[in-house]
Design a protein around this ligand. Sequence first.
Ligand SMILES: Cc1cc2nc3c(=O)[nH]c(=O)nc-3n(C[C@H](O)[C@H](O)[C@H](O)COP(=O)(O)OP(=O)(O)OC[C@H]3O[C@@H](n4cnc5c(N)ncnc54)[C@H](O)[C@@H]3O)c2cc1C
Length: 382
Amino acid sequence: MGVPRILVAGAGIGGLALAQALHHGGLDVTVFERDPTPTIRDQGYRLHIDPDGNAALRDCLPAPALAEVHRTSGVNGDLVASYTQRLEQVMAQTFPDVSGADVTHVDRNAFRQGLLTGLGDRVRFGRAVSGYSVTGSGRVRVEFAGGGGEEGDVLVGADGAGSAVRRRLLPHAALRDVGLRCLYGRMTIDDTTAALVPDDFARGFCWVGGDRGEGAGFAPVFFRERPAGARDYLMVAFVAGVARLGVPDQRLFALPAADLWRLAAGICADWHPALRALVAHADPGSFFPITIRASEPVGPWRPGPVTLLGDAVHTMPPAGGVGANTALQDAATLAAELIAAARGERSLAEAVGRYERVMLPRGFATIDRSLAMIGQMLGSPS
Ligand SMILES: Cc1cc2nc3c(=O)[nH]c(=O)nc-3n(C[C@H](O)[C@H](O)[C@H](O)COP(=O)(O)OP(=O)(O)OC[C@H]3O[C@@H](n4cnc5c(N)ncnc54)[C@H](O)[C@@H]3O)c2cc1C
C-alpha cells in the first residue's frame, strides 16, 4: 500500500488534532472545513482540558503545535467549586499540584489557531461537506455543498453535532434535545471589572445552582500570552430549562445578543449582588444560545472506509467539560490505528474497526456520565 490519503470533514478540535497526528506520522491528510476562514466565527469561550485531553494532545501534536497551544492557553486554575445563588459554598475541590506543563483550559479561538500550527494547505476552509460515496474500488469520494469532490482511502466525519457524514453513514442515529438551553457569554476582565470577580471565581470553574432549577458556570481565562486582539475574560454560561427561560426556541434563536444578555440578567435577578454584578458587566454582544443535546446510543456498524469522531458520533451536554476531551482521545486512538495501518501492520479497514471498538463504548459511557452530572447540577434528572 502507498501512503494512504485520509480525508477529514471538519477543522474543529478533533479533526485538527487528528490531522496533526497523521501529518506528523507521514500520512497524506486533507481537512475540509465549512467555515470560510479560521477566524470568521467566534468559536465560543473557555474549554476545560482534563488529564485525558492533555495526554491526547501530547500524542497527537508535534512539539511546535503543542507549544503554541500551551503558550496561548489560560494560566492554570486550581479550583472547582459550587455555590448556591446566595453565594454560599456547597462544594470545593482544589488541585494544588497542577503541573505547568499541562493545560487546564484554553480559549476556543486560540485553541483552533494552535491546532492549525504547521498544517498550512492541509486544511481547506470554505469547503462544506454534503455527503460521500464509496467507489467501486472501495475508496471514498467526499462531496462538497458547492459541487465537486475529492477521493481518498478513508473519510473521517469530524464535523460536529450536525454531522453530514453521520447523516449518510448512520441515518438512524438520533440526537436527543435534553430540554435545556445555554446562554453563553463572557465578561472582559480589565482594570474596571477585575475587582468584581470573587477570589474563587478567578481560580477555576465555579458553578452556581439557582433555587428554581437553573444554574450558571463562571470560569476565567487569564491568557499565558494573549493572542493578538484577545483579552482576559470570565466565561458566563447560564443553563436552564425551556420553561424556566420563558422564551420559546423560535424566538430565543432569533434574539439579538444584547437581548440574550438581558435574559441572563433576568434569570439571576434575585441572586447575590456579586453574581448579578458579573452579569451586569458582561459583554452584551457576546451572548448566544445553545440547545443542549445528547446522542442516543448507536450499536456498532460494519467498519469501512468512513468513520466518525467526536461530537459527530457522541454529542453530550457540557457538564463536566468532557466533550472536547473525548474528541481529542478519539483523534489520538484513530491516528495510532491509521499510522499502524500505513506501516503495514494491519489493513485500513481493520484499523478503523479497532478504533470504533474503543471509541463507541468510551464515547457513550461519557455521555451517560455527563447526563447524570447535569441532572445533579440542576437538581433534576435529565
Ligand atoms: C457551552 C459549552 C461548553 C463546553 N465546554 C466544554 C469543556 O469545557 N470541555 C470539553 O471537553 N468540552 C466542552 N464542550 C463540548 C465541546 O465543545 C465539544 O464536545 C467539542 O467541540 C467537540 O469537538 P469536535 O471536534 O467533535 O466538533 P467541533 O469542535 O464542533 O468541530 C466540528 C467542525 O466541523 C465543522 N463542520 C460542521 N459541518 C461541516 C460540514 N458539513 N463540512 C465541513 N465542516 C463542517 C464545524 O464548522 C467545526 O469547525 C462544551 C460544549 C458547550 C456547548
